[in-house]
Design a binder for this molecule. Structure first.
Ligand code: ZN
Ligand code: MN
Length: 494
């Protein structure tokens, strides 16, 4: 496959904002876009004497996610204070989970239907809950004059999902993120809006390089500040190449003096990573249990209840669509990756048509193209699965060929008509088979050379005849013309 002289090793830390109405430890709203500092209270601004109370909904959503990520759920979990000083953190500590997170040791399977890499389980180290910090607005509001702090986000529940360094290319990292985001959407635990900061990714990356003296590893770099999955892929591609160049120049390896972990930020404009502040060791955070919050116990039967309530998740759904409707892995992937609502549409269509492959083609080509053009979701799509099924039945019966069916589809889209009414509006008449037979007989007698060629095994010669038939009667179905001509020629020769 690749000829690059090193192996890329990547682990991802993903912070996901949970879809709760209120914050993690107070009742302030988590709604995005409000005027600065209007969604705050003594708890989330760290006023002395205020006491946090855990948001049960946030905990439930986290549990659901952790179970879906195949994590172990310990019976006992607690809250810790992670202490550091920063202007957007008014308490001077973040409530997080240190040594007893709510979940650990899970996995998420990723695969590429185009076969760029083998399907693999990416192991999850842990998923834990914590609160978000506020937002610093440097020079955004007041030109170059000053910086301001908006604490609306402070205290928003975040689920931090940390993977093992199991990813071996920027593309695998991208696929992992796509799959994780899809899973979170199916679970309904986050809207994963990267623009609004609902999903943030930090990546740890280094290289393993074979040398005559054995394999060496470059110092690990944590890459931050990536605003889209595409940016993650690009940043990691850039960073791998940069680390290889740096190693060739300096020979510096992980574990050597000076070979410690560093942090770099992705500059999307310049498409490069740049050094950022050195990261604290975890001992610098002086974690200790939060005395204001009681630990949480999760009984095994509660985990069972959560597991039963998960619903059908993307991986299982892909399998089912392939097994039930006879479509291949690639098609199942395209449909499932669009989200649950499109899957429901496809299933309704495939069931009604009784032909999973035909339904899949129409959904992937005509339906998805329309959704993209109009920038709408399937819930706003004007043609119901039942109406589309009716149209596809006409194609199945041979009343319409695919290109005429596409015209009818267009008419149904723009007018909201039923297939039958759309057909009438377009002046497409059903063609009687007797008419086609008559037409074919005439064309064959006018074109003896074509008949001779077909008899000689050149069925391709029929193409010209089909074109003529279409000119005589635009409603003639090419497949029917072809079939009738072949039958007629066969009877002639016997
Ligand atoms: Zn608050
Ligand atoms: Mn964190």
């Amino acid at each position: 496959m690749s000829t690059q002289p090193y192996e890329v090793v990547i682990g991802l830390e993903v912070h996901v904002q949970l879809l709760t109405q209120s914050k993690m430890f107070c009742r302030c709203s988590t709604c995005f876009g409000a005027a600065p500092n209007t969604q705050t209270c003594p708890v989330c601004t760290g006023m002395p004497g205020s006491l946090p109370v855990m948001n049960r909904e946030a905990f439930q959503l986290s549990l659901k996610t952790a179970v879906a990520l195949n994590c172990e759920i310990p019976e006992f979990t607690k809250w810790d204070r992670k202490q550091y000083y920063y202007p957007d953190l008014p308490k001077n500590y973040q409530i997080s989970q240190y040594d007893l997170p709510l979940s650990r040791e899970g996995w998420l399977e990723i695969s590429d239907p185009k076969g760029a890499f083998e399907p693999k389980r990416v192991r999850i180290i842990r998923a834990h809950l914590e609160e978000d910090a506020g937002k610093s607005m440097h020079d955004e509001v007041a030109g170059k004059a000053d910086s301001r702090i908006d604490l609306n986000r402070a205290g928003t529940p975040l689920l931090e999902i940390v993977s093992y360094p199991d990813l071996r290319s920027p593309q695998e990292a991208r696929t992992y993120l796509d799959e994780l985001k899809l899973l979170l959407a199916y679970l309904g635990v986050s809207d994963c809006n990267m623009q609004e900061g609902s999903l943030r990714v930090d990546a740890n990356i280094n290289l393993h390089i074979p040398t005559p003296a054995g394999k060496v590893a470059t110092p690990i770099v944590e890459v931050k500040n990536m605003n889209s999955f595409r940016a993650v892929e690009r940043a990691l591609t850039y960073e791998a190449a940069r680390q290889y160049d740096a190693w060739q120049e300096t020979g510096l390896t992980l574990g050597a003096p000076g070979g410690h972990k560093t942090t770099r930020g992705w500059d999307d404009q310049a498409q490069v990573t740049r050094p950022q502040r050195q990261k604290e060791e975890s001992s610098d955070y002086r974690y200790f249990p939060d005395p204001d919050l009681v630990p949480v116990t999760v009984k095994p039967d509660e985990v069972q209840r959560v597991r039963r309530g998960l619903g059908e998740l993307p991986a299982a759904l892909r399998q089912r669509l392939q097994a039930t409707y006879g479509i291949d892995a690639y098609d199942a992937d395209v449909i499932v990756n669009q989200g649950r609502a499109l899957v429901d549409y496809y299933v309704a269509l495939a069931d009604a048509v009784g032909d999973g492959k035909r339904a899949s083609n129409w959904v992937q080509q005509d339906v998805l193209r329309t959704l993209n053009e109009r920038n709408i979701g399937i819930d706003a799509f004007p043609i119901s699965a039942a109406a589309l099924a009716e149209l596809l039945h006409m194609v199945q019966r041979g009343d319409l060929d695919n290109s005429r069916a596409r015209d009818v589809f267009g008419e149904m889209l723009s007018s909201g008509k039923s297939p039958a009414d759309a057909l009438q509006a377009l002046g497409i008449a059903r063609v009687d088979r007797g008419e086609i037979v008559e037409l074919c007989q005439r064309l064959l007698s006018e074109n003896p050379q074509i008949v001779a060629e077909v008899k000689g095994g050149k069925q391709k010669a029929l193409g010209a005849l089909i074109g003529q038939a279409k000119r005589h009667n635009p409603n003639a179905n090419p497949a029917t013309v072809r079939e009738v001509c072949l039958q007629l020629i066969e009877t002639m020769s016997s």
